[in-house]
Design a protein around this ligand. Structure first.
Ligand code: ACO
Length: 377
């Protein structure tokens, strides 16, 4: 007789507290990183400073921040031998998240410290992986469009270099700042699906690259990071304002999920969506296409009225990235380029007090069967 577990199975682990964490938490309907609200960080911080905060549990002093930025800058470029391999792997018909998953996995093979699990080596790998993630995303775009890869400028920020290595042109300062805020907003979010995947892999004492590959794979799904891309696909599919309300109603009648709405934890609204909504309004106006924001706002309104569901981080980030001229299927890889900082903070936290994750499953299968040869079945 199999062991019987009393009580209901917690599908989705909604009510399970799997670890203690000091990285990020939802307090009074807002998200905190290490005790600072994201509103505060979005208004005053930079992505680099936020990464330092996530990894070190404190804001850096001025000289520490400069040193940290130099360390990231020095690691942004991709090894030419690795780039040669990247040019050989398929891009046609390949989703950028699938490519990114493979690229990060392959990148580990060029890192001589990949198997070194000392704290010092892990810190160096953390910098390397975080600095290179954006470069990988833009490399994918350059390779698939038959263009040469552009070397990053190590004296500039990760946000600036994202646009520079994507287009080869100096980006607009206001757009860079807004993108930097997007990177801050996406950096961490407590025990979300990909952070949990990172921690699960890290808990077996596997290496940081392997854990990041688990996390990228989890983020890829449309119920998690993949939703931002799907939002823009939906908006394009709807096409015009007059179709928006009916489209949403029909989707709900057909029990279809509307991407970018709902959240496991926030039931009264995602604080990141509020900041992104303002940005979406501003940016869509700036590029002379305010209808994308207006259509989004109408869908938002309809979803609240019909289903009581509010937008999550993915909803308005879609029109923000679209207005920045970023290809739609790069939206989720951008999420990864930011969230890698949070994933790494989770791996470090996991390793400070590690116990391998190994939950149980409540048996619901048959028992007591006896094997019989194939010809007698
Ligand atoms: N559209 C329509 N109905 C929805 C939506 C949605 N976006 N989200 C939830 N619902 C409905 C469900 O159908 C369900 O209704 P029911 O009780 O009538 O069956 C109810 O709301 C509860 O939804 P669940 O899916 O059980 O909620 P859960 O906490 O498991 O999932 C999730 C949360 C995955 C975010 C869900 O809301 C969803 O699928 N949203 C769309 C995808 C999305 O935007 N993902 C990004 C999330 S943010 C992030 O990961 C970065």
């Amino acid at each position: 007789m199999a062991e019987v577990f009393e009580g209901a199975v917690d599908r989705g682990l909604e009510g399970i507290v799997a670890c203690t964490t000091k990285i990020s938490f939802i307090v009074d309907a807002t998200l905190n990183y290490r005790g600072y609200t994201i509103e505060d960080l979005a208004a005053h911080s930079t992505f680099e400073e936020t990464i330092f905060l996530l990894w070190n549990d404190r804001l850096p002093k001025k000289d520490e921040l400069e040193k940290f930025k130099r360390a990231l800058g020095a690691e942004m470029a991709l090894d030419p031998a690795f780039v040669k391999v990247l040019k050989e792997i398929p891009t046609k018909g390949v989703h950028p998240m699938a490519w990114l998953r493979t690229a990060v996995s392959a990148m580990a093979l060029w890192d001589k410290e990949a198997q070194d699990s000392s704290q010092e080596a892990n810190e160096r790998k953390a910098i390397r992986l975080t600095a290179k993630m954006g470069s990988l995303v833009t490399a994918f775009e350059r390779i698939r469009t038959g263009k040469d890869i552009i070397a990053p400028n190590p004296s500039k920020s990760l946000a600036w270099n994202f646009f520079y290595t994507l287009t080869g042109q100096e980006p607009d300062a206001e757009m860079v700042r807004m993108f930097d805020v997007c990177l801050i907003l996406h950096a961490d979010h407590e025990l979300n699906c990909s952070a949990f995947a990172m921690r699960v892999t890290a808990s077996s004492l596997s290496d940081i690259y392997s854990a990041a590959v688990s996390a990228i794979s989890a983020l890829k799904g449309p119920l998690h990071g993949g939703a931002n891309e799907q939002v823009m696909v939906m908006l394009k599919d709807i096409g015009t304002m007059d179709r928006a309300r009916t489209w949403v109603k029909e989707a709900l009648e057909n029990k279809q999920k509307v991407m970018g709405f709902g959240h496991r934890v926030y039931k009264n609204g995602d604080p990141r969506a509020k900041i992104l909504r303002q940005m979406s309004e501003q940016l869509t106006k700036k590029i002379g296409q305010p209808h994308w924001y207006e259509m989004s706002a109408l869908i938002d309104d309809t979803m609240q009225g019909e289903k009581g569901l509010l937008p999550n981080v993915d909803f308005y980030s879609a029109t923000v990235y679209y207005s920045m001229g970023i290809p739609i299927d790069l939206f989720t890889p951008i999420f990864a380029a930011s969230r890698v900082s949070g994933w790494i903070a989770h791996a470090f936290e996991q390793w400070t007090n590690n116990r391998i994750y190994r939950p149980r499953g409540k048996w619901a299968g048959r028992e007591g069967l006896t094997w019989v040869p194939a010809e007698k079945r």
